[in-house]
Write a protein that binds this ligand. Structure first.
Ligand SMILES: Nc1nc2c(c(=O)[nH]1)N[C@H]1C(S)=C(S)[C@@H](COP(=O)(O)O)O[C@H]1N2
Ligand SMILES: [Mo]
Length: 216
C-alpha cells in the first residue's frame, strides 16, 4: 500500500473510532452533518417500534434481575432503584430503520453504578438482556459498560411512557436502538455471546451506526 492510501485509511479508522467512542457527539454544538451516521435521517417526533406487545408494568411491580457471572446477583425493585445514585444523560437515538433523534434527556441510573453493585466476574464477557414482552438482545460487556449507558426511567423530565419502555429501559446510544431494550427485566452476564431476537434474524451482532452495521 502506498503512503497516501495508508494515511487515508488511518484517518478513516481514527474517525470511526471517534464515532464509536462518541467523540463526534459533542452535544448541541456539533453540526448535524457530523452527528448523523451514514444513511440516517433526522426526525423530531419519537417513533414507537417494538414487537407489538407493550406490557403495562406499574412502578411498584417493576423487577429487574441481574444474574449470571456476577459476584452479587440481585433483583432490583423500584424502591431500591430510586435509592441508587441518580444519573442523567443527554444523547442521540439512531434506529436501524434510518431515523435518528438528537438530544434526548434521560434520567435513571448509570450502568456503571449497576456494575459497581453486582461486580461482574472476570469470566464475564457478554450480557444478554431480556424484556417483559419476550424481546432479547445482546452486548459485549465492553459495550454494556460504557459510561454513556443508562437504565432510564424518565425522558425529558417525565416518566418514560409505556410505549417507550417504561418503567425502565436500557439506553445504549452508541449502537443502533434495537440494542436498547424497553421494559427491561433481566440482565445476565455470560462467558459466551448469546445473540438476541434481531441478531438471530439477520441483524448485525454489534450494530455500530457509524460503521453501518445494520445487517450481519
Ligand atoms: N422490549 C423491547 N425492546 C425493544 C424493542 C422491542 O420490540 N421490545 N424494539 C427495539 C427497536 S428495533 C427499537 S428501534 C427501539 C424503539 O424504541 P422506541 O419505541 O422507544 O422508539 O426499541 C428497541 N427495544
Ligand atoms: Mo429498530
Amino acid at each position: 500500500m502506498d503512503e497516501p492510501e495508508g494515511t487515508r485509511r488511518k484517518l478513516v479508522e481514527t474517525k470511526q473510532r471517534w464515532a464509536r467512542e462518541g467523540r463526534l457527539l459533542t452535544g448541541q454544538a456539533a453540526p448535524p452533518e457530523q452527528r448523523l451516521p451514514p444513511g440516517q435521517r433526522l426526525v423530531t417526533d419519537w417513533p414507537v417500534l417494538d414487537l407489538g406487545i407493550q406490557p403495562e408494568i406499574r412502578r411498584e411491580d417493576f423487577r429487574l434481575s441481574v444474574d449470571g457471572l456476577v459476584e452479587r446477583p440481585i433483583t432490583l425493585d423500584w424502591t431500591w432503584l430510586s435509592e441508587l445514585d441518580p444519573a442523567s444523560r443527554l444523547n442521540d437515538i439512531h434506529c436501524v430503520t434510518q431515523w435518528s433523534r438528537f438530544n434526548n434527556r434521560w434520567d435513571g441510573v448509570a450502568v456503571e453504578t449497576l456494575l459497581d453493585l453486582v461486580r461482574p466476574k472476570s469470566q464475564a464477557g457478554f450480557v444478554s438482556l431480556g424484556a417483559s414482552d419476550g424481546y432479547t438482545t445482546n452486548l459485549t460487556l465492553e459495550d454494556f459498560a460504557r459510561s454513556d449507558n443508562i437504565l432510564a426511567h424518565s425522558w425529558e423530565g417525565a416518566p418514560l411512557t409505556r410505549q417507550h419502555g417504561g418503567p425502565v429501559r436500557l439506553v445504549v446510544p452508541h449502537l443502533y436502538f434495537w440494542k436498547s431494550p424497553k421494559w427491561l427485566k433481566r440482565i445476565t452476564f455470560l462467558a459466551q455471546n448469546e445473540p438476541g431476537f434481531w441478531e438471530e434474524r439477520g441483524y448485525h451482532d454489534r450494530g455500530d451506526p457509524w460503521m453501518e452495521e445494520r445487517y450481519g
